[in-house]
Design a protein around this ligand. Sequence first.
Ligand code: GLN
Ligand code: ZN
Length: 766
Amino acid sequence: MSTYSIATATLGTPRIGPRRELKFALESYWAGKLSEADLQETAVELRAKNWERQKARGIDRIPSNDFTFYDHVLDTAVMVGAIPEAYGWDGGAVPLSTYFAMARGNEQVPALEMTKWFDTNYHYMVPEFSPDQTFRLASAKPVDEFKEAKALGHHTRPVLLGPVTFLALGKSMDGGLDPIALIDRLVPVYAELLGRLAEAGADWVQIDEPCLVLDLDEGTRQAIRATYQALAKAVPSLKIMLTTYFGALGDNLETALSLPVAGLHVDLVRAPDQLDAVAKGLRPGQVLSLGAIDGRNIWRADLVHILDRVEPVVAQRGKARIEIAPSCSLLHVPVDLDQEDALDEELKSWLAFSLQKMDELAALGKALRSGRLSAAPEIEAAAKALEARAASPRVHDRAVAARAAAVTPDMARRARPFAERRKKQQASLGLPSFPTTTIGSFPQTTEVRKARAANNRGELAETEYVAFLRKETESAIRWQEEIGIDVLVHGEFERNDMVQYFGEKLAGYAFTKHAWVQSYGSRCVRPPVIFGDVSRPEPMTVEWARFAQSLTDRPMKGMLTGPVTMLQWSFVRDDMDRSDVCRQIALALRDEVTDLEQAGIRIIQVDEPALREGLPLRRADWPTYLDWTVECFRLSTSGVADTTQIHTHMCYAEFNDIIEAIGAMDADVISIETSRSKMELLEAFTAYAYPNEIGPGIYDIHSPRVPTVADMRELLAKATDRLDTAQIWVNPDCGLKTRKWEEVRPALEKMVETARAFRASAEAAE
Ligand code: GLN
Ligand code: ZN
């Protein structure tokens, strides 16, 4: 084996395949249409091609065990035997059926909980630990895949999720237990695994401990120190590349530098400023892995800028102890730009997906190894592309910049305080107490989807498609009137997705055809690309809103996706501050809001389901984030008269940390998800004495179950214990697009019945 003077590494690659081969294989396997052997064969092929591609593109440190059928955290849980009793594991080899039961649930058992992987849009399965949890090596997947690669001629560096991060991501099923306390039981299993990897011929292993970029308590830091001392001692022959990503080591730097590991990877995209401190603090023999290429975004890298920054460090540390890598695993970017055919060539020339990022790494490797001249063509091409992008009229719109610069604080404030607006709104809307409404979407039936697909293919003429949508909308409105909903929605039948629908109508956004990124399991998303200044060439929803309102005398809610959510669920340009991009979107939405008002819409809902998930990983960074996100929301919603009622919606509920910011958004009404937690999640609103109106969801729309009136009464009673009666709205947890009409009809009828009962007793008490 050669020793590289400068090694390139990917840290991990997308698993789904360039054409989502894994998704389709998994889904046919789950549907009983593909055998387990055939599924395994697809996986073998995908891995082989993945290794081959990396080798061909000049990657030196090729990872193995970055592949997974569903999720790498779930793989780790299975590997160490953290399989809750409910899944009936017999202690032998873990069958694929048990693995998928944990991932997806089945008739007998629910799936493990799922949540977001740090601040990404990737979701992992949350490991569960019992108080008497024990661990043992239940699967040797990392060893098997190392050998599989070896047989194909690739000497790989296996990737493991680090034991401390693994525990930190899990939850204990006995409230009191801190999962980190289980570390002493877990480390021997990792030691055994490392021993087996060494035996199989591995010389390096990559261990991911992204928890090192979080706020940690001293106990967790101590666990990290003890873990790596134990592992280094247990298998001294195996070198550990400890990777950290998604942010700066910050106050964990000292801990990271003190560990007896052979190499340390740091994120220089999110945290470029930590380079010098890390380089200075590493011991002379340690390898520094420079996370210089953005693993979270799709823009072509500025190679010259990267070289300017890292060359001095390379000169100082010596080429033998440097690796060049993406900031994090390439899991979070699409596979191959060359497969993309929906984007034009100009836009494509500004981008790099996972394979193009490998080319960038190879070019950087060459330049650092043998001087910039040796990579002159690549460096020059990158510089040219960057220059063209910076100068492109498609990116810069003077009018947008001027408008953003002219924003005044007044524009982000309603004219009068809530208490005054409320009186006027009550007078003009004339709603009863416990007003009922829904969150926006109604079932996207097969018929609706088929019509949209046919229209997209050009097989259903626009006029016919629109006629069909109008018919759907009208019948949804008639039905809402019939069952007695107070504030109606049009149903969102014309929308494909709450971000895409608006993105397609805004300037500055582009959409791809094949740029899929794994969201969870076999589910992938295609985030839109915000490449330029965002503006609204023309009204986006006004015609539909006007049409819907024309069909009824009851208030019809205008329905928009908020600026923070429009930002958060996209790939965002990297040549401008995120807050500035968000402000541009907010201004475009502001025009839409005032146009809706002009068109006679008296209630406008601006959804912000992504506001909380955008919170920075470190608490110290929260205030800044909350400041600009709240400002952007207010900028988009403050252009209206006092009488116009602004709603917002958020489909989660952990508000404790951010309740003041939620209050500062100053929406007249907020609807949130509370039914699963049995209103516990209202605590934050009670403790803070949330002043505006609020609709705590009383219908769990994530379940096909139709709640009974008794269920909903119980929930609403709990809400009245915690909130002022006059504050309360009655609504489901979220939009209904994933549900069936057979569920939605009875559920909403019962919801109205429940609201009426509360209204009657409130009136009787007066
Ligand atoms: N208005 C959207 C809907 O009802 C809101 C969806 C969401 O919050 N995720 O579908
Ligand atoms: Zn929601």
